[in-house]
Design a protein around this ligand. Sequence first.
Ligand SMILES: [Zn+2]
Length: 486
Amino acid sequence: MHMKSFGAALTVTGSMHLLTLGGRQVLVDCGLFQGNDDMDARNRESFDFDVRGLDGVILTHAHLDHVGRLPLLVRGGYQGPIHCTAPTAALAETVLLDSARLQEDGYRTDLRHARRQGREADVLPPLYEEADVHRTLALLRPDLDFGQTTTVAGVEVTPQRAGHILGSAYLLLKSSDGRLIMSGDLGNRESGLQMDFTPPPEADAVVIETTYANRTHRAWDETLLEFRDALRAAVRANGKILIPTFAIERAQVILYTLKHLMDAGEVPRIPVFLDSPMATRATNEYFEFGDELIPPVRDALRAGEDPFRPSTLHVVPTSAESQRLNRYDGPAIIMAGNGMMTGGRIQHHLKHHLWKPSTTLIIVSYQSPSSLGGRIVTGADHVRIMGEDIAVQAHVHTIGGFSAHADQDDLLAFLGTTGKPHVWLVHGEPEVMDAFVPVLDQQGLKGDLVPNRQEVDLLGSGYPQGRPPGVVLDVTPGTVRPEAGE
Ligand SMILES: [Zn+2]
């Protein structure tokens, strides 16, 4: 039972794990590195394994940092099936097409700038294009169902609910080598929409994500009150309320919460503008696959209601209409991508409103320190947006409790039913994982950090203190937490 990781090893993005189980080679996830230029460059590193020799590919969920390099795998010659749940297949289409569009747009912008400087030859081509995505989508097999065992390349695979985003699964993989659990991303059990993860069975080894393995999230009820109070204060200030929103899960949680607060009379019914075509598409998938969401949402959907539609919701389809919002008078909530404010329609809203003391910026997701959002959160008084220097005079509220990731208590609860497996840590920053190893030790579990591009024997003895020897730590400041789904 061996594993070689090509991403999310000593870092949080780029999830990609090559498993050798019972003599067969199965790839779990094939995600994009995200966060800054150094991370972007890693997406261009070649796969140093025989892509055509893979016996199968399985996806845990549709976030870009778990699916975003699939088109490169297909370009490299992979033509076999890519197994996933039906909601993951639907969301992956939205995510990958958007990713190709961003790649192509970025390339055109870089080329335009480079031409003026006479260095056109330096511009790298887009990582992949829409045609590559279509060839990838043709290989998706939405044949994984929660709790049902399927045989993939001779390995028995049982996906179970991970509670992270729509369709997210963790995998129990059974082969002649033993029982392995691949956690994928695990949900926050205080999440607004997702059911809790299913308690896992016993296993010989567990590969577990550790994004927030060193902290505890605020309880959902407290988060709701915090959000309500921020909204009330913002309405009193009589300005715009900007909520930078990732398109998958966070947008739907915020829409659902706004509807709940407005219907209960907790927050005035001011206009809500959903200014993100990708979030609008993703919300349609939540509607489509609503049966797997928490009972109040599922029941509302079955009764023909729309739990994601506050009565004052306006969907903004085109950029021209998005621009016209700048002239809209009076208080209104504007939800726009991207979530870390590094691009997308949120930027022109910030340019028009961030300098006004009447504006409120409500931050509901992780902000990498190097991102525009990160600079605002850490108190910058001026920021550069679309070539202009803008004063930060808006009220800024940060609400951390909307996270879609398991915290330390959730991770320990997950491991609590797995017996005494060898625990391998991925999808986290090294210092967070280092802090988690002694916590595991207290539970009688051996925890080890997974090195990058170095094969490990998952049933082997691991490393003293859990750290692989001689491994240069891949700590890149400003690494993105994996909510970066767009
Ligand atoms: Zn994720």
